[in-house]
Design a protein around this ligand. Structure first.
Ligand code: WT7
Length: 654
């Protein structure tokens, strides 16, 4: 991995001293009620990790118990060896067949305002039918199924139906373009795609099926497509390949027992960005993922039966997998799904939804909070927000200002705020306050969850002193860790497990304060975080150089008030090409078309040359400085051609 550790000591100028103890009324009812209780639980998980995880696992339903909790041959791991389990059964059947059958499992609101409620019994019925639909299409355990949908209950049904059979789902975020869809479908050789005609976003329809049609021109492995009718707009259906969801569901048999799957059978693949141009398909398996998403949901969101829980993440990201669907439903809690944009028709939509549905636990991203701050306090002020009891944040470091605004304006200073650190690779929340037990500090994710052994170390793997920045690593395996990169186990090993032998390298910088609280400091590699979405700078570069007029491109992140990081692209053009404002727009549109709007560069700067070392490596640090501050002050002694600096300064800003 090409880490360029921007000195975290220097970059952490931020020192925050406010501390908020858990409110006593909250702590009294919480699953974990005090710091002492957390510490005892944590210590137990250190002394006897297998005993700790086995106790948690026993809260779920297993068809056959495991014979061994953990088999660890770094970096290869097996959890609950020999155990047979079905995650769909734990998320749906257990509640549908028990006391929660009439309780709402999924509470859905469309962007135009329709509301649908599916009880656990109804969800059970739908999932069984859809599992039979998949079977009818010849899909069986181990087959890969791509899911490209908007936020509808049918998306959750599709996931759960795959999990019921042991078919491996690969959800592709609805904001990705056809090209990105092709790469992901082909990498996993998916045999089917589940999609919908379109989805509503800020009053506009996103034509998902049309994008699938374009992608499938280049995907020979796909034999069937199921199309859920959401918007009712016209789509082309290819005979023999495409099926309407409502038609196949009408013919499907009502019963489909949940398959007893091996604990280590793959559950899903989810692509995320790395430091190369090629996204990584992280593979998650069944038993360990079920166990840890279940317990982390329960403890971090302190879930109770009467909660209405809302996570605003799209199911296209890991947050949606773990904390819209699997973790929450396993706890038998009502999960709210909202289809559209947070500021449609007005910037108070989220607060209106919270009041309308009496949401009690709300989980969103710092970028959304910062957008709300910008829109103005009048929007949350219009609403009571008195059903809320807990607030969560995820996706990027949360700046103390946003944290305080969230606490005061949304939580009305009475709800604990939990900043949760984790990754696609970790599957579950790893570092976060247990809200009844751990005092919170604006900007800190506080302490590792029981069973999680996190440390901050030097490049050599030595712990850093209190308060110093370093690399965040995990010292022990955890049940919901990704098992490999699909088709690329070597990359998995080298990316995460080779820099510091025996430890998992997260790619994030962090420091630990005198109380043992973790402060996350952002990525230390060529990965940037734009509005809580992870993007490899190399991916954007690959897209840019694929344009016929581009010779070379270097992409870096620069701080952005709203998005966390914005994308700055430095581009050199092919010989005769002229740098024009039109070409800038053309390149921005090109990247949107290649990857999706989330990757569209904010700045495009044409330059005659890029700064390189003598060995030809682009000096991104210099570009980062230039893009962020307009100046280059750092060390340039390894630069091969000093005149490049002068020419770069001349590159006009976009
Ligand atoms: C990267 C993982 C985890 C679900 C959403 C993103 C950053 C995530 C936090 C946080 C500071 C955070 C890290 C991490 N990140 N949560 N609470 N504080 N940074 O998943 O796309 O896999 O991205 O997001 O840099 O490595 P992802």
């Amino acid at each position: 991995m090409s880490t360029t550790l921007h000195d975290p000591n220097l970059s952490s100028t931020l020192r925050e001293h406010r501390v908020f103890a858990p409110p006593p009324e909250f702590a009294a009812k919480a699953h974990v009620k005090s710091l002492e209780e957390y510490e005892a639980l944590y210590q137990r998980s250190l002394d006897d990790p297998e005993g700790y995880w086995a106790d948690v696992a026993r809260e779920l339903h297993w068809f056959t118990p495991w014979t061994k909790v953990l088999e660890w041959n770094p970096p290869w791991v097996k959890w609950f060896v020999g155990g047979k389990i079905n995650l769909c059964y734990n998320a749906v059947d257990r509640h549908a067949l028990g006391g929660r059958k009439d309780k709402t499992a999924i509470l859905w609101e469309g962007e135009p305002g329709e509301v649908r409620r599916l009880s656990f019994a109804e969800l059970h019925a739908e999932v069984q039918k859809f599992a039979n639909v998949l079977k009818g299409l010849g899909i069986k355990k181990g087959d890969r199924v791509a899911i490209y949908m908007g936020m509808t209950p049918e998306l959750a049904i599709a996931l759960l139906a795959c999990a019921r059979l042991g078919a491996i789902h690969s959800v592709i975020f609805g904001g990705f373009a056809a090209h990105a869809l092709v790469d992901r479908i082909n990498d996993a050789a998916c045999c089917a795609v589940i999609t919908q005609d379109g989805s509503w976003r800020r009053g506009q329809e996103v034509h998902l099926k049309a994008i699938v049609d374009e992608a499938l021109e280049k995907c020979s492995s796909v034999k069937s497509v199921v199309v859920y009718r959401r918007t009712g707009s016209e789509v082309t259906m290819r005979k023999g390949r495409d099926h309407w969801w409502h038609e196949v569901m009408a013919k499907a048999a009502p019963e489909c027992p949940a398959e007893p799957l091996d604990s280590e059978d793959p559950l899903y693949i989810l692509y995320t960005s790395g430091t190369t141009g090629k996204p990584k398909g992280l593979v998650h398996t069944t038993g360990g993922y079920a166990v840890q998403t279940y317990i982390s949901s329960k403890l971090v969101f302190d879930l109770r039966d009467e909660d209405v829980y809302w996570c605003t993440a799209d199911v296209g990201w890991v947050t949606g997998h773990s904390y819209v669907v699997y973790g929450i439903l396993q706890n038998g809690v009502t999960t709210l799904m909202y289809e559209g944009a947070p500021n449609y028709p007005e910037p108070d939509r989220m607060w209106k939804i919270i009041d309308d549905h009496k949401v009690s636990v709300f989980y969103t991203a710092p970028t959304a909070i910062r957008a709300c701050i910008k829109w103005g306090d009048q929007y949350p002020q219009r609403h009571k927000l008195d059903s809320l009891r807990l607030l969560g944040s995820v996706g990027e470091p949360i700046n103390p200002e946003a944290w305080m605004w969230y606490r005061e304006k949304i939580g009305r200073s009475k709800c604990p705020v939990v900043d949760t650190w984790w990754q696609t690779e970790t599957g579950s929340i790893m570092i976060a306050p247990l809200p009844g037990a751990i005092p919170t500090k604006p900007g800190s994710a506080t302490r590792p969850l029981p069973g999680v052994v996190a440390e901050v170390v030097t490049r050599g793997g030595q712990p850093v002193p209190v308060g110093s920045g370093g690399l965040l690593v995990m010292r022990r395996p955890w049940p919901s860790m990704a098992r490999t990169i699909y088709n690329d186990p070597e990359r998995y090993q080298s990316q995460y497990w080779s820099a510091i032998p025996g430890s998992y390298l997260s790619g994030d910088g962090a420091r630990i304060d005198q109380d043992g609280d973790f402060w996350l400091m952002g990525r230390v590699d060529d990965v940037i975080n734009v509005s809580g979405h992870r993007l490899g700078t190399m991916e954007v570069e690959s897209a840019l150089v694929a344009h016929p007029k581009v010779a070379e491109a270097a992409v870096v992140g620069r701080p952005d008030e709203l998005k966390g990081q914005a994308i700055a692209a430095f581009v050199t053009l092919e010989g005769s090409q002229k740098p024009t404002p039109e070409l800038k727009q053309e390149l921005r549109a090109w990247v949107t078309q290649q990857i999706g709007a989330l990757a569209r560069p904010d700045d495009v700067r044409f330059t005659q040359a890029l700064p390189k070392t003598r060995s030809g490596k682009i000096m991104r640090r210099l570009l980062r400085e230039l893009a962020s501050s307009g100046e280059i002050k750092g060390d340039i002694s390894t630069l091969e051609d000093f005149s490049v600096i002068a020419r770069l300064r001349e590159s006009d800003e976009g």
